[in-house]
Ligand binder design. Structure first.
Ligand SMILES: NC(=O)c1ccc[n+]([C@@H]2O[C@H](COP(=O)([O-])OP(=O)(O)OC[C@H]3O[C@@H](n4cnc5c(N)ncnc54)[C@H](O)[C@@H]3O)[C@@H](O)[C@H]2O)c1
Length: 329
């Protein structure tokens, strides 16, 4: 991420920052940005869905420390006894493949582990940022989704371990803020893509890119008329940094790109960008798959002066180039 794109008013004092999920897709990009700002960063990760490859380039950075730990267990002593200025809590399986495979971990990391981190923030006076999700809106009946929409979620369906855990996380954040004055920030992240997404975790962009680059059939679920709104990772991380430093706002804020595209159109676009000979085939729609997702970002514009700047085609080009190199093609 290019810090030159941050507004002149963004000028945080370098401090000590904890990033949970630092070896994941968003956590590793966030860690890079925090180090570029000048912070000292402790990254913690169990590597259950992340990879050390995502932070290998930081091995010799003396302002970065990696702690390999499962946060569903009590906090490791080097975290529990440390003093952080900021905590970014991003650890959680995040793709349908990941959270269905790790259902109990998904529930615990967004509930018990989240409360342990809220208590750490309370004890040490750290500001804590928590990664919630557009999945809180479920299969929405309102379009686009504003933060004030309460959602349409199946409480016991095939995504419930994720949707409901994130809804609990939001309730926990607000309770610790309202009752104990913890300085919380809540982001509702919409579908984000870019380099370092795991290739095999079923998320639509890396799945299509891998199939296109290897000229395998590109598998569209259903007829592909369902829509997704895709945000390039640099825009998303810029939103995280601005929200963390925004004074005194504790309710959730949507950070995502309202540029909506059908899944079928996305498949064609990626096939073209990858110069692929893949054919496009169709699979059944998974249960509880949302038909439409699109953030209303009026609040982020007003509160943070944030909006995405990277067009989908530009972001996809960079992402295809990353995987082309990673796959040695
Ligand atoms: N990427 C998106 O489009 C998106 C959308 C909405 C919300 N989010 C949220 O953003 C956060 C990061 O998502 P991501 O896309 O980077 O996913 P990711 O899977 O790449 O990263 C999550 C990281 O958390 C780690 N982790 C999971 N459980 C853990 C545990 N018990 N202890 C320690 N570490 C653990 C994983 O190993 C992984 O490195 C998640 O909370 C996710 O719910 C992401």
């Amino acid at each position: 991420m290019n810090l030159a794109n941050m507004p002149a008013s963004f000028n945080p004092k370098p401090g000590r920052v904890l990033v949970t999920g630092a070896a994941g897709f968003l956590g590793s990009h966030l860690t890079d940005a925090l180090l570029a700002i000048g912070h000292e960063v402790t990254g913690v990760d169990s590597l259950i869905t992340g990879s050390k490859d995502n932070i290998a380039h930081l091995a010799s950075n003396n302002r970065f420390k990696f702690v390999h730990a499962d946060l569903c267990q009590p906090l490791p002593s080097d975290i529990a006894n440390a003093k952080f200025d900021r905590i970014f809590h991003l650890a959680s399986p995040a793709s349908p493949v990941g959270y269905v495979k790790h259902q109990v971990v998904t529930l615990k990391i967004n509930s018990l582990a989240t409360m342990n981190l809220l208590e750490l923030a309370e004890r040490t006076g750290a500001r804590i940022f928590m990664a919630s999700t557009s999945e809180c809106y479920g299969d929405p009946l309102e379009h686009p989704q504003k933060e004030t929409y309460w959602g349409h979620v199946n409480p016991n369906g095939m995504r419930s371990m994720y949707d409901e855990a994130k809804r609990f996380m939001e309730a926990a954040a607000m309770a610790y803020h309202r009752e104990r004055n913890v300085d919380t920030r809540l982001v509702r992240i919409f579908n984000t893509y870019g380099p370092r997404l795991a290739l095999d975790d079923g998320r639509v962009v890396p799945a299509f890119i891998k199939q296109a680059l290897t000229h395998q059939p590109m598998t569209v679920q259903g007829d592909g008329s369902q829509t997704r709104s895709l945000c390039y990772v640099d825009d998303e991380i810029r939103g995280f940094l601005l929200l963390m430093e925004c004074p005194d706002y504790h309710l959730p804020v949507n950070i995502g790109n309202p540029d909506e595209v059908t899944v079928l159109h996305l498949a064609h676009e990626i096939r073209e960008l990858a110069n692929s000979r893949s054919i496009i085939t169709h699979l059944p729609l998974p249960p509880d798959d949302p038909k439409q997702r699109c953030p209303d970002i009026a609040l982020a514009k007003k509160l943070l002066d944030w909006q995405p700047t990277i067009a989908r085609r530009q972001g996809l080009e960079k992402t295809v180039a990353f995987y082309r190199q990673k796959l040695g093609l």
